[in-house]
Structures are given as structure tokens and as C-alpha cells.
Design a protein around this ligand. Structure first.
Ligand code: ADP
Ligand code: TPP
Ligand code: MG
Length: 340
């Protein structure tokens, strides 16, 4: 009898789930209604980096992250947010003050994402955990999915990369990283405010959020679209780096934590996309392109040097998952993966 760990999360989602659920396999479920497409997603919150890396156990950060994780999937679908629900399990001995900090985090993150916090569930348990559900709508246009990229399309990140690991590594080294309120280590922000503007104008061929990290997301896009991807490491710049840090800029982009949406965009639509991004003060970066060569694979390029992208997975139910060993193992991998 085989076990889930023999398959790993990706194979479970590929081989088992589709036999039971319709339409699984994208960032959101999509339901057609008379008023457009309803877009729905649900995800639990892991131990927030605020605690795991920042050593700050205020439940506010967990509430904040719960919303960002879910809303980021809505952003990837190009949806406009409609409502958020939180199913919370909590110890009966927890103070009301601590419980309210969790709710304050949810409320503040919902306000930042402009999504109303409209309900959820509450029951007692031996430890605090929460699962979010977010609803959105694409009224007069189709939701974005991971499939649809064409050879020659540009890969554009909506959202700045690398800031999470710039700050996280400073924190782990005991250095100053600025105010908690403006760092994605504590207050990660999704791209929900902007991606729908692009979807509405049909400027995007495929999209996915980078919640598992940039490299796994690019691998998934390459695989789902049967195309190769070339990631241009020189395009992966990070603001505010010291001279010492600047040689690691590309590396900082590769891990999870920045909550960006990665797009496939026809070169014909790029000018309009950057025009809209400027007008909305959204951050957009052309970081690579889709190719017909090496379908399913991601190649890293720096000048004339190229190399196959290393494995930097956050796969659940996997024997080699860093999640079994803790975030320190991920930090080690991120610092050590060989790059051209
Ligand atoms: N228990 C489940 N039942 C049905 N579909 C599922 C289940 N777990 C995951 N899926 C589907 O598999 C896909 C991938 O899930 P997941 O990795 O959680 O996506 P994301 O990383 O965007 O949160 C999604 O389409 C999701 O709806
Ligand atoms: C502030 C913060 N940012 C990022 C992380 C890391 N992180 C949060 S959710 C997640 C897994 C991916 O999330 P999602 O794709 O939404 O869920 P899943 O695929 O596990 O269902 C990771 C690696 C963290 N723990 N804390
Ligand atoms: Mg999920």
C-alpha cells in the first residue's frame, strides 16, 4: 500500500485529487455565474515568518499573513476581491486580548487588500491555527490561469522581489532591517490591487502567484505550458542593498516571501502593461521569457552563462521537504544553491 509521502504534494495533486474534484490545479476555483466568474480560494496559515524568523509571537502577524496568502491567489486570477472568511481553531485558555490581536491582524490585512472580512468559524483546539477563504469576481472578463503562455512571451513579476530575504537575512544576522510595518517579513502585501486592471484589458496570457517561491512557480508555469523558461538573473535587482549584499540580489528573489504574481505577457502588450503599472504606482519587472527550447525546464542566465535552475522546492508530503526540518534548512538551501 503506497503512502502520501511516496508521492509528494505535486503528484498527489496530479494523480489523486483530479479523480475526485473538478477543475483543481490552479490558484483558484472558478465558477461561472450570470454576473461573471466567481473566483474562490482557501489556504491555511503556516507559522508566520514574524515568529519563525523574527521571533515575534504576536498573533497579529498570523492574522495578517492569513489574509495575504489567500488574497494573493485571488490576485493571480485577476479577480476583484469580494469577501474573506476565517475558520479559527484556538485554545480555550488563550486570553481574549491575544485572540483579539489575531482578529486585528485579519482586519488590518483585509483593509489593506480592500476585501471585507465577513465571517468564518471558531472552535477550541490544543493549538492556534486558522484557514482562510477568499472570494472574488471577474465581472466582464475571464479569470487568469496558469495556462496560456506562448513562445516569446515575456515573464513579468508584478511586485518587487528579494525584499523579504534582504530583510530576513539582516534579521537573522542581528542587523537593522527598518520598521516591522514596512517589511514583508512581518506585513507581506499581495498584488490584489493591480493585477485585475491588467486582466480587464486582456494583457495577460497566464498568471500564477509565487507563494512557494519564484523557482517552483516558474517550474510550474514551464510545465503547465509545455514551454521552456529563461530567467534573467541580471534583471533580479533589489532596492536598498549594501555593497556586500548586492552580489546576492538574484538569490534573494528566488525564495518565497514576496507574494508577487508572475505573468506571461505578449511583447505586443508590454508597453501598455508598464504604462498602467506606472499610473497605478505598481511595481512591474520583466525577468525572463518563454522559449520553445527545453519544455518544462527553467534555465538561469547571467550574461553569456547559463545553467539549469536548481531545486528549491517547498513541497509538502515530500521526503526531502525543508518543512520537516524547519526554516533554518530553507535558509541554508537558499544561501547555497549554485547560480551562474
Ligand atoms: N483537498 C483538496 N480537494 C480538492 N482540491 C484540492 C485539494 N487540495 C488542493 N486542491 C486543489 O489543488 C490545487 C493546488 O492547491 P494548492 O497547492 O493549495 O494551491 P496554492 O498553492 O495556490 O494554494 C488547487 O486548485 C486546489 O484547489
Ligand atoms: C510572512 C511569511 N511569508 C511567507 C512565509 C512562507 N510561506 C507562507 S505560505 C507558504 C506556502 C505556500 O502558500 P500557498 O501556496 O498559499 O499554500 P499551499 O500551497 O501550501 O496550500 C509559504 C512557503 C511565511 N511563513 N511567513
Ligand atoms: Mg493551498
Amino acid at each position: 500500500m503506497s503512502k502520501l509521502i511516496d508521492l509528494g504534494e505535486r503528484e498527489i495533486l496530479k494523480q489523486i485529487i483530479p479523480r475526485f474534484a473538478e477543475g483543481a490545479g490552479d490558484d483558484c476555483a472558478i465558477l461561472q455565474t450570470s454576473g461573471g466568474h466567481l473566483v474562490v480560494t482557501t489556504d491555511p496559515v503556516p507559522p508566520p515568518a514574524a515568529a519563525a524568523i523574527g521571533g515575534d509571537n504576536d498573533p497579529f502577524w498570523m492574522g495578517w499573513l492569513l489574509v495575504t496568502i489567500n488574497v494573493s491567489d485571488l490576485a493571480a486570477a485577476g479577480a476583484v476581491p469580494l469577501g474573506f472568511l476565517a475558520a479559527i481553531e484556538c485554545e480555550s485558555e488563550r486570553t481574549t486580548e491575544s485572540f483579539e490581536r489575531l482578529l486585528e491582524g485579519i482586519r488590518a490585512s483585509c483593509a489593506a487588500a480592500q476585501i471585507p472580512y465577513v465571517g468564518g468559524n471558531l472552535r477550541e483546539a490544543s493549538r492556534l491555527s486558522a484557514v482562510g477563504t477568499a472570494f472574488g469576481i471577474c465581472d466582464s472578463y475571464s479569470p487568469l490561469t496558469r495556462v496560456g503562455a506562448k513562445e516569446g512571451d515575456s515573464i513579468i513579476s508584478i511586485g518587487q522581489g528579494g525584499v523579504f530575504w534582504r530583510d530576513a537575512l539582516r534579521l537573522l544576522d542581528g542587523k537593522d532591517f527598518g520598521p516591522k510595518d514596512s517589511s514583508p517579513v512581518f506585513k507581506p502585501i499581495s498584488q490584489i490591487g493591480f493585477v485585475h486592471c491588467l486582466a480587464r484589458e486582456h494583457l495577460v496570457r497566464a498568471a500564477m502567484d509565487n507563494s512557494d517561491g519564484l523557482l517552483p512557480s516558474l517550474n510550474e508555469l514551464a510545465s503547465k505550458n509545455s514551454l521552456g523558461i529563461v530567467l534573467n538573473l541580471e534583471a533580479l535587482t533589489v532596492p536598498g542593498l549594501t555593497a556586500e549584499e548586492s552580489s546576492n540580489a538574484a538569490r534573494y528573489w528566488l525564495g518565497w516571501g514576496d507574494w508577487n504574481v508572475i505573468l506571461a505577457v505578449s511583447p505586443a502588450h508590454e508597453d501598455r502593461l508598464f504604462e498602467l503599472a506606472n499610473a497605478s504606482k505598481a511595481s512591474a519587472h520583466r525577468i525572463g521569457r518563454f522559449t520553445a527550447e527545453h519544455p518544462g525546464l527553467v534555465t538561469l542566465q547571467r550574461g553569456g552563462n547559463t545553467a539549469l535552475a536548481p531545486r528549491l522546492e517547498s513541497e509538502r508530503f515530500a521526503k526531502d521537504s525543508w518543512m520537516l526540518k524547519g526554516v533554518g534548512e530553507y535558509v541554508r538551501m537558499l544561501k547555497e544553491v549554485p547560480l551562474p
